[in-house]
Design a protein around this ligand. Structure first.
Ligand code: PMP
Length: 425
């Protein structure tokens, strides 16, 4: 009996409750921007497994690369016996991380591990232990990254106090009254109240906040952050786990921010659906940790490396960075047209194809409308469109459609969203 209901009943009995699920659907198979459930119902996927599928489900080039690797080896543990795909991926990532300096790269498996390791490297390189992060940040669910993530419920609920040495400054957000000056002042406040600059190893920032609501950091803020870091010998870490792999119209979002990070974390869409992540940064910083201090049994798995190398080729062959800009422009235009009709949409924003709308009761940006957001997500699903919300109040609808999506399906997604607004907003 393979129905959604029966499988979800088994899920409920067998899977820990803390692992939540947005849509009551059990997927069976998928292709590019389309997912089919166990009952044969087809959905248009604007969630991409939370920003993992910029090259779509089962991209033929990615699958062929993994199949070829399957015929050779699936595991040696890179710290025991090296293999070429790991080395090649480090070379290729270093070419794409902004910065005209020598770089080195570490591969791991998840975004959380990437951030966790960036902090370890920053601590070793500076001899300092403190980390500054921002309101609304999401950096992961491991214990250190959970301390860095700026939302207690549900991520840290009931788990008690988190590891120390993590200080939170304000992420600039004009819509909610936090100017660039305010955000910089909040860092100065950390220096004054909580931790001296000489005790801070790194400032870790998402160039566009992902889970926190798709708020792009103003270029001016990034520049002032860089200056502050230089002044105090603090490392700037760009968490590009969600913004990376072309989502924002450049391979990494920092390309558009006018300054360079010392360390960059990446994951998600770099692997095209296979688990790969890592840290890339200045060679002299990356090399501070002695042999044995970095790595992991599965870290940089050969199948995932082969997938990621294919993803990078697909980006070139299909010109997906340009496509990201085109999709972003189309989404923004479509959503602005919707905003003209529905005052509940208080903001349309984004960078490249990392686009979102924010919903406020009666058009008031200070009254987040999570209820309407949830109803829109549910109605869209009933109409065959898979969407995700985000933001500290769950009132932001974000678009994470594959950059390989066919034009007709992109239009279909926008049309379904339009129908949902017409019916509910
Ligand atoms: N950093 C950012 C910016 C993220 O968006 C995420 C995942 N949403 C993570 C880190 C953690 O990645 P993972 O879930 O692969 O551990």
């Amino acid at each position: 009996d393979r129905t959604n209901a029966s499988l979800l009943q088994r899920r409920q009995a067998a899977v820990a409750r803390g692992v939540s699920q947005v849509h009551p659907i059990v997927a069976d198979h998928a292709h590019n921007a389309t997912v089919v459930d166990v009952e044969g119902r087809e959905y248009l996927d604007f969630a991409g497994g939370i920003a993992v599928l910029n090259t779509g489900h089962l991209h033929p080039k990615v699958i062929a690369a993994v199949q070829a690797q399957l015929g050779k080896l699936t595991h040696t543990c890179f710290q025991v016996l090296a293999y070429e795909p790991y080395i090649a991926l480090c070379e290729q990532i270093a070419k794409r991380v902004p910065g005209d300096f020598a770089k080195k790269t570490l591969l791991v498996t998840t975004g959380s591990e990437a951030v966790e390791n960036a902090v370890k490297i920053a601590r070793a390189a500076t001899g300092r232990a403190g980390v500054i992060v921002f309101t609304g940040a999401y950096h992961g669910r491991t214990l250190m990254t959970l301390a860095m993530t700026g939302k207690k419920v549900p991520y840290a609920a009931g788990m008690g106090l988190m590891p120390g040495g993590v200080y939170r400054a304000q992420y600039p957000c004009a819509l909610h009254g936090v100017s660039v000056d305010d955000a910089i002042a909040s860092i100065e406040r950390v220096f004054k109240n909580d931790a001296e600059p000489r005790d801070i190893a790194a400032i870790v920032i998402e160039p566009v906040q992902g889970e926190g609501g798709f708020y792009p950091a103003p270029v001016e803020f990034m520049q002032r952050l860089r200056a502050l870091c230089d002044q105090h010998g603090i490392l700037l870490v760009a968490d590009e786990v969600q913004t990376g792999a072309g989502r924002t119209g450049s391979f990494f979002a920092m390309e558009q921010m006018g300054v360079l990070a010392d360390l960059t974390t990446f994951a998600k869409s770099v692997g095209g659906g296979f688990p790969i992540a890592g840290v890339c940064g200045k060679a002299e910083i990356m090399d501070v940790i002695a042999p044995g201090g970095l790595g992991g049994t599965y870290a940089g798995n050969p199948l995932a490396c082969a997938a990621a190398l294919a993803v990078l080729e697909v980006f070139e062959e299909e010109r997906l960075l340009e496509r990201s800009q085109v999709i972003g422009a189309r989404l923004s235009a479509g959503l602005r047209a919707l905003q003209a009709k529905h005052p509940s949409i208080v903001d349309v924003r984004g960078l490249g194809a990392m686009v979102a709308i924010e919903l406020g009761v009666g058009g008031d940006p200070h009254q987040p409308d999570a209820e309407l957001t949830n109803r829109l997500v549910a109605r869209a699903r009933d109409k065959g469109l898979i969407l995700l919300s985000c933001g500290p109040y769950g009132n932001v609808l974000r678009m994470l459609v594959p950059l390989t999506v066919e034009d007709a399906l992109l239009e279909r997604g926008l049309a379904i969203l339009g129908e949902c607004f017409a019916e509910l907003a």
